[in-house]
Design a protein around this ligand. Structure first.
Ligand code: NAP
Length: 550
């Protein structure tokens, strides 16, 4: 039986028997920082994770080429001077193995593993209205009770694959990159198919091209992409970064996207065309999301500005692809640059100059079915493969919530409430679901992920302290506050061209029923990090006017 002494004295009330005062679901970037904050306070908290070990997305995505699109030193946690002082990033954009090592290092340094339970997939969460407690049921049938649940289950943690006739008859190996095997996959000399051209495929393709005998990319819609411009970080540079950490995190907090990249605020119309191009040349050759986020903000809102910039990027693609006809196929026509989440690439376009890489136009000539030896397309051609990689996206934002049977007050199911898209208060609470908090769930500012996680944890933790200090046993977002927030989230889509994007950000996923193009889901808060942070801080400073306490 757990020792409830600390939490009892915090609450100043008799505590019904629960196994843990707080249960965090998910041992990724968000869950790790949350357990650190709670255990620092002496709270009895436990992290549950369905995987065999910690790391979340960085535990799962082990495909060739997997790495940050965030500068490594803006992705790491900012909460510990000591940690910042002792961790060295080896590359500007850390590869998956190093990132996973970093998360393991953090957990071991702060001795957090003893608060984590792995292979513990949560199937159901039920709120008990009489006791103000939650019961979590795990896949193995066991149950855990708690006063508060904090979800840290990721926004892209449920992979989706198409339903294509014959998929199960394929005699080679096939997988989604999220399930890339943990042991090395020998692709030397193999015939490999990659289906999809999202950010994941765009990282995989150049790497697999180097190894495979032949690689065929099945592209339904081309995607804009720009160079990552990765490079090693020298010891001297790491020392400079360390000395600059305060400045770096202050810049991230100031910028809408949570990066050091801040938009060019000179105004599109105030800058002559030659100067615009000079800026773009600099950004195209510069690191990371600069090309997207240090650009003129008008690109995201004004169709003409967006078209001019998209033409610029199209010209850069033409310079990099030897075959002019192929280059045209790689240039998107149905959306402008930056309207969908921009994948960053390393040698993606050059991969198509290799003799062992073929682009298959799956819009012109779709996949008809998978056969034991490969893929049959509608023109009757059978393409033989040894390996098929389904880089076909995720059930984003709500998928991980939908996979758990979450029952709030009066038996309300979260998946029913969210059937047409998420409905939240401040992206962290849901009316009808008391004592449930979400870290990095839907409707928060879509920023550099760890920056958003730290913001959420730094808001959620004082709310719990408030509960204990005041002796409350239940909090819940009011329906009015929630409705006003959702209305505000909807309004923040209005100025942006992205509201028409055929992208997971707006809820589109051709492999999921109810996620058709045009059925917009309010998945993110478009107001940017600073505005979002100001709003949630105001909520706390004013004594949580959008919440009912009892
Ligand atoms: P995605 O952007 O949703 O792309 C899925 C791709 O699969 C699209 O090209 C889609 O084509 C294609 N597709 C789906 N079903 C298909 C079918 N039946 N036939 C042919 N093509 C099909 O998914 P993702 O690439 O996994 O990326 C998701 C997000 O993960 C990214 O936007 C990013 O935020 C994150 N991510 C981050 C990093 C990083 O930080 N470095 C790396 C990878 C991913 P349509 O466009 O025609 O639907």
């Amino acid at each position: 039986m757990t020792d409830h002494a600390v939490t009892e004295s915090r609450a100043g009330r008799p505590t019904p028997d629960v196994d843990h005062e707080v249960v965090i679901v998910g041992a990724g970037v968000a869950g790790i920082y949350q357990i650190k904050r709670l255990t620092d306070l002496g709270v009895d908290a436990m992290v549950l994770d369905g995987n065999a070990d910690l790391g979340g997305t960085w535990y799962m995505n082990r495909y060739p080429g997997a790495r940050f699109d965030s500068e490594s030193f803006t992705y790491g946690y900012s909460f510990s001077e000591e940690l910042l002082g002792e961790w060295d990033w080896s590359e500007m954009f850390s590869p998956q193995p190093e990132t996973l090592k970093y998360l393991e290092y953090v957990v071991d340094k702060f001795d957090l593993r003893r608060h984590m339970r792995f292979d513990s997939k949560v199937e159901r969460m039920t709120f008990d209205e009489d006791r103000d407690t939650w019961t979590l049921r795990l896949e193995d049938g066991s149950e855990i009770t708690t006063h508060y649940i904090i979800t840290a289950i990721g926004v892209l943690s449920i992979p989706t694959t198409p339903t294509i006739e014959g998929m199960d008859t394929f005699e080679g190996r096939s997988f989604h990159p999220f399930h890339w095997p943990h042991e090395p996959v020998d692709l030397a000399g193999k015939r490999v198919a990659v289906i999809g051209t999202g950010a994941t495929a765009i990282q995989i393709i150049p790497e697999v091209a180097k190894e495979a005998g032949h690689l065929t990319v099945f592209q339904r819609r081309p995607n804009w992409a720009a160079p990552l411009n990765n490079r090693p970080i020298s010891e001297q540079e790491m020392d400079d970064i360390r000395a600059r950490y305060d400045e770096i995190f202050a810049a991230c907090a100031r910028s809408p996207g949570g990066f050091e990249h801040e938009p060019d605020r000179r105004g599109w119309d105030n800058v002559p065309r030659e100067e615009r191009v000079e800026l773009w040349d600099r950004l195209y050759d510069g690191p990371g999301f600069g090309i997207w986020l240090q650009n003129f903000s008008e690109i995201f809102m004004d169709a003409d500005a967006n078209a001019e910039f998209s033409d610029y990027i199209a010209a850069r693609i033409r310079q990099r692809v030897d075959d002019p006809e192929l280059a045209e196929k790689l240039i998107p026509r149905d959306h402008g640059f930056g309207i969908q989440r921009v994948p960053l690439e390393t040698g993606y376009f050059e991969a198509y100059n290799r003799d062992n890489v073929t682009l298959h136009d799956a819009a012109e000539n779709p996949i008809e079915r998978v056969v034991p030896t490969g893929i049959l397309t509608t023109d009757g051609v059978e393409h033989p493969f040894d390996v098929i990689v389904y880089a076909t996206g995720f059930d984003a934002f709500t998928g991980a919530f939908d996979r758990i049977d979450i029952q709030g007050r009066e038996g309300t199911k979260l998946r029913s409430k969210w059937a047409d898209g998420p409905i939240t208060y401040l992206g962290m609470l849901v009316s009808g679901f008391p004592n449930l908090l979400m870290l990095a769930g839907p409707q928060i500012a879509a920023t550099n992920f760890p920056r958003a996680c730290e913001t959420a944890v730094d808001w959620v933790t004082p709310l719990l302290e408030h509960m204990w200090a005041e002796g409350h046993t239940r909090f819940e977002a009011t329906p009015d506050a929630e409705a006003a927030w959702v209305e505000h989230v909807a309004a923040m889509y209005e100025p942006f061209l992205l509201r028409k994007a055929k992208s997971w950000i707006t809820g589109y996923n051709s492999n999921l029923d109810g996620h058709e193009y045009g059925k917009m889901r309010l998945n993110i808060y478009n107001g940017g990090g600073p505005k979002y942070t100001a709003r949630i801080r105001e909520e706390a400073q004013e004594g949580y006017p959008g919440l009912d306490f009892s």
